[in-house]
Write a protein that binds this ligand. Structure first.
Ligand SMILES: [Zn+2]
Length: 296
């Protein structure tokens, strides 16, 4: 039995149906993300599902880097962002304005904003980005469309958020799997089985029990859990690079009366302080920034 009270990612296969899957549940990491801002409940729900999805989608790809999901627009929800690294570190945030009480109308209808899924591969220094328009649909359906259009991979996604947790369950046809003749409807069958799960089960039931409950006739092979944890990839070097890209005039405009410019990371609240000498070095070298202690 795995310890299902912690944040985890489980990969699994349904061998009879030729389907691979990923199951993710987040509690502690989700709490860290949620508590950074006073999110309206509807937006917190959306952010939790997006965070679970970002972890879910790292399950079936081999990479060394980070996968992010982002929707950016000029509507009530200005930004929705979640990221999960191949090392299992998660972060996320949303920006919004005005009152958000209903789950409809959060995104512009015309023109529909784009949902971007980006994979940054550190090893090869390559970036891959796929886009899908945010049409009037549940998040899980947008993701299914994304995988079918961008990856030509039949995919089922189920997401849940509530009671301090968020979770996701994904099924994907194994590319190139040859089905037995009498098993042509395997994909439809496992889709129906997935649809019989409730959001509450995704949030609360131990993974081996839930997967057995849903797919016991499909020969489930469950891989060991990978732990997930809140973590931010910000650093003094990255903040310095950001200040450099803003330009000298704008960076100097941020210097307060006490001679310090302070930059706070929105993901983790780490504060980075640059005095005039630091800034001088940022703009002289662009890269070689003195690493000073940061205040948390
Ligand atoms: Zn940070």
């Amino acid at each position: 039995m795995s310890d299902f009270t912690h944040d985890f990612l489980h990969r699994f296969e349904l061998e009879r149906a030729g389907v691979r899957g990923v199951f993710v549940r987040l509690a502690e990491s989700w709490r860290h993300v949620r508590e950074r801002a006073d999110y309206p409940p509807v937006l917190a729900d959306l952010l939790g599902r997006t965070l679970a999805a970002s972890a879910l989608f790292t399950g079936n790809i081999k990479f060394d880097g980070a996968l992010s999901i982002q929707i950016k627009q000029a509507g009530p929800v200005g930004l929705l962002f979640a990221e999960c690294g191949s090392d299992g570190r998660l972060r996320g945030l949303a920006r919004w304005q005005g009152d958000i009480a209903e789950s409809s109308g959060l995104f512009h209808a015309q023109p529909a904003p784009l949902l971007a899924i980006t994979i940054d591969n550190r090893e090869s220094n390559q970036r891959y980005q796929g886009l899908v328009p945010v049409e009037d649909a549940q998040l899980a359906i947008l993701f299914e469309r994304y995988f079918e259009r961008s990856e030509q991979l039949p995919t089922r996604v189920m997401l849940a958020c509530g009671d301090g947790r968020c979770a996701g369950l994904m099924l994907q046809r194994i590319p190139g799997h040859v089905h037995a003749d009498d098993d042509a409807d395997a994909w439809n069958r496992v889709g129906h089985l997935l649809a019989s799960a409730s959001e509450r089960e995704l949030l609360t039931v131990a993974p081996e029990i839930l997967l057995y409950r849903l797919f016991h006739e499909e020969s489930v092979r469950l891989h060991a859990a990978k732990p997930l944890v809140f973590g931010c990839s910000c650093s003094r070097e990255r903040v310095a690079a950001m200040l450099h890209s803003l330009g000298r005039a704008e960076a100097e405009a941020a210097v307060r009366e006490d001679g310090v410019a302070e930059v706070t990371c929105e993901f983790c609240n780490t504060q980075y302080r640059f005095d005039r000498v630091d800034l001088e070095q940022v703009f002289r070298s662009g890269q070689d920034v003195p690493v000073a202690p940061t205040q948390h």
